[in-house]
Design a protein around this ligand. Structure first.
Ligand SMILES: Nc1nc2c(ncn2[C@@H]2O[C@H](COP(=O)(O)OP(=O)(O)OP(=O)(O)O)[C@@H](O)[C@H]2O)c(=O)[nH]1
Ligand SMILES: [Mg+2]
Length: 335
């Protein structure tokens, strides 16, 4: 374990927010080091709920995230809350920004809200792992509910959301063919579905068509990750809200809370399995980064590729060569 990282972890655990912010940056740059975080912090309290919020671009995810955060802050004034935004395009209303994107802050700072954004474009890889690391660091500083907003297009973004304990899929009228988006894979990522912009024309219709699409699907197919296959009879899973007006947000949060209460034990087991999966991913990420490094800038070494094209070597042979070189790299320092 690298000392600097270890120090940052200890400082973050003791509530040093600047250290937490630096730790997050390190983790986003080198997400494979999440494993070091696991090994130093296995006795730390974990967040009670990590809620994914995903859906069509412009459907109101940020506005809704902000409303949900506000509702939680009203209900539990003495509890900390984290917000992670993957590629945010609109600001949140308050909270300490853990990083340099001050744009996310609109009003006064709420000392109990912590916000971090992650860029998905131009990311070297390991976005989902980086997001998990940020969740983990937010847990270290005592956030008990963490909201994770990602846009519902792009495999890695959807993956970030579907790895949360519970995932909300947000749709809105006038956002292209939302039902088509659902069919293209978003449905499987969602546990709860929100039709936002209830104040707009077309919201009721979209709500009705979503209910009928969901009724056609066996219920267990719309649960993510296969870990909550049972249906909660008293829990409806489609909500019509207006994030803009704050309409129905309390009912939505009631449902989120009920769901959390009912699935707490399942989620604990799921998180354990997830840790194993993440260690595996961290290993692959380390290998990938080393190989890319020996291949030159972002793996685009034309000289080597030309050798294959000229028939001087084969893919398998060159891969062996690269792996040998990569294996010789010293830890971290070379990366
Ligand atoms: N009428 C209406 N407008 C809304 C509502 N919620 C959000 N909006 C508006 O919709 C636009 C997009 O809202 P955002 O919250 O930024 O949406 P988003 O899904 O986070 O957008 P991206 O992150 O860019 O995908 C903004 O102009 C919001 O003011 C709502 O309930 N009703
Ligand atoms: Mg947004």
């Amino acid at each position: 374990m690298n000392n600097e990282l270890s120090n940052l972890i200890h400082q973050a655990r003791s509530g040093d927010i600047r250290a937490a912010s630096r730790l997050m940056s390190r983790m986003v740059d080198e997400p494979q080091r999440l494993v070091e975080l696991f090994s130093e912090t296995d006795d730390c309290p974990q967040p009670r709920l990590v809620l994914g919020i995903t859906g069509a671009p412009g459907s109101g995810k940020s506005t809704l995230t902000d409303r949900i955060a506000g509702e939680y802050r009203n209900r539990y004034p003495d509890r900390k809350l984290g917000i992670i935004a993957v590629d945010p395009s609109s600001p949140f209303t308050g909270g300490a920004v853990l990083g340099d994107r001050v744009r996310m802050m609109r009003h006064s700072t709420d000392p109990m809200i912590f916000i971090r954004s992650l860029a998905s474009r131009g990311h070297l890889g390991g976005l989902a792992l980086g997001a998990r690391a940020v969740v983990h660091v937010m847990g270290l500083i005592g956030c008990e509910v963490i909201l994770v907003e990602t846009v519902g297009v792009g495999q890695s973004e959807v993956e970030v959301a579907s790895r949360c304990d519970l995932t909300l899929v947000v749709l809105a009228p006038g956002q292209g063919d939302s039902i088509q988006m659902l069919k293209a894979g978003l449905m499987e990522a969602g546990n709860l579905f929100v039709i936002n912009k209830a104040d707009r024309d077309g919201a009721d219709q979209l709500y009705q068509s979503l209910v009928s699409v969901l009724q056609l699907k066996p219920k267990n197919e719309i649960r993510s990750a296969g870990y909550c296959t049972d249906v909660v009879p008293e829990l409806e899973n489609v909500f019509l809200v207006s994030a803009f007006e704050g309409r129905n947000i309390d009912r939505l949060v009631d449902a989120i809370e009920l769901y959390t209460h009912q699935h707490h034990e399942q989620w604990k087991a799921h998180r354990q399995r997830q840790v194993q999966e993440e260690v595996r991913e961290a290993l692959l990420e380390e290998v990938r980064r080393r190989v890319l490094k020996v291949m030159g800038v972002n793996g685009r070494s034309e000289a080597r590729i030309d050798r294959i094209l000229r028939g001087e070597t084969g893919v398998a042979e060159l891969a062996s060569e690269l792996m040998k070189e990569a294996a010789g790299m010293t830890e971290k320092g070379d990366l």
